[in-house]
Design a protein around this ligand. Structure first.
Ligand code: UFG
Length: 325
């Protein structure tokens, strides 16, 4: 049985759906603080918090868990700067609780949701897995700390892991059953879609004086279903006895903020008011992955990550979520 911690969240729920399609036995653990009960469609569910070690022990005792995928974390970079305690307690201490209970119960495989934010300000583009990891905010630090801890754990205990360093997760399930639903929302595509449906007045572009062709930041947008598929391949990789490692997951292509807005206008056929404002603190100019390692090792290829499919699927979901015809 695979335990999916944070399985009621954005990337977790998409991975749960793909695991279910492949016939895996699933247990979702979520405290439903940011996860959505509406996303609990597949497998068994337990409402629990990683803070509670006793509760964790009883779950590992009750269910025949053989692998864990860990999606639950706080992800708001700005908030991590103003409230680092929240990030270190949730993303580090609570993950340590999970790891320690896993080891007590001899659970051997761990798939960890890491991030390109662990690289910090890039010194070279595209970014491969050997790029130095110097995070520039507590969010990225908290993810890197867990990467280091699981490396030490795997050296000392009978335990293997894959850290998946996501670039910009985006898009939604092709069937429209689940999608991106954060509160508050800070990510570009759902905010642009909010502006398209007049839920927000406008989209603010954070900085137009970057050293890029149109002055706005470049990101590597990867469809959430492609991320989900990478998790399943990583799980099979560990189950077949392969060694612990880390992989980037991105498309190796970048789009500017303006390109995202233009494509959204084209797909939604709606007017979107754009306001140009100053830079957001902590934003890197360009983040583009080199994802050769995961392609070669796991035979993974993005299948849904054209900008069209990303924005079309996000739009379909956004309309459904906001009850728009
Ligand atoms: N942006 C705007 N206006 C907005 C929102 C975003 O111009 O209203 C710009 C940002 O400045 C950035 C780009 O759009 O240039 C993408 O921003 P997102 O907030 O959508 O995503 P980030 O690139 O900041 O994502 C980063 C890391 C992820 C990490 C995430 C945490 O790349 O790994 O922060 O939420 F998970």
């Amino acid at each position: 049985m695979v335990l999916i911690v944070g399985g009621a969240g954005y990337i977790g729920s998409h991975t749960v759906k793909e695991l279910h399609k492949k016939g895996h036995e699933i247990l979702v653990l979520d405290n439903l603080v940011h996860g959505h009960k509406e996303f609990l469609k597949w497998g068994k569910f337990v409402n629990a918090d990683l803070e509670n070690i006793k509760q964790l022990r009883s779950i590992f005792k009750k269910y025949p868990i053989t692998s864990v995928m860990h999606f639950a974390s706080y992800i708001n970079v700005g908030e991590s700067v103003t409230d680092p305690k929240k990030y270190y307690i949730n993303n580090v201490t609570n993950t340590l609780n999970l790891l320690n209970v896993m080891i007590e119960y001899s659970v051997r495989h761990f798939i960890f949701s890491s991030t390109c934010a662990t690289y910090g300000t890039p010194v070279s583009i595209p970014i491969d897995e050997n790029h130095p990891q110097n995070p520039i905010n507590p969010y990225g630090q908290s993810k890197l700390m867990i990467e280091k801890i699981i490396e030490d754990y795997s050296n000392a205990y009978d335990f293997s892991y894959v850290s998946l360093r996501y670039f910009n997760a985006s898009g939604a399930d092709q069937d429209g059953e689940i999608g991106e639903w954060h509160n508050p929302e800070t990510h570009l595509i759902p905010i642009v879609l909010d502006a398209a449906i007049n839920k927000r007045d406008s989209i603010e572009i954070y900085g137009t004086d970057y050293d890029t062709p149109d002055g706005t930041c470049i990101r590597d947008y990867i469809h959430v279903t492609d991320l989900a598929d990478a998790h399943i391949k990583a799980l099979e990789f560990l189950e077949s006895g392969e060694k612990s490692t880390a992989f980037n997951i991105g498309t190796e292509n970048g789009y500017t903020v303006r390109e995202i807005i233009e494509k959204t206008i084209e797909i939604t056929k709606r007017e979107i008011k754009v306001v140009e404002t100053g830079r957001r603190e902590g934003d890197a100019t360009t983040l583009i992955s080199k994802s050769t390692k995961i392609k070669d090792t796991l035979k993974w290829e993005p299948q849904h990550s054209s900008l069209n499919e990303i924005i079309q699927s996000a739009w379909n979901w956004h309309k459904k979520l906001n009850k728009i015809e």
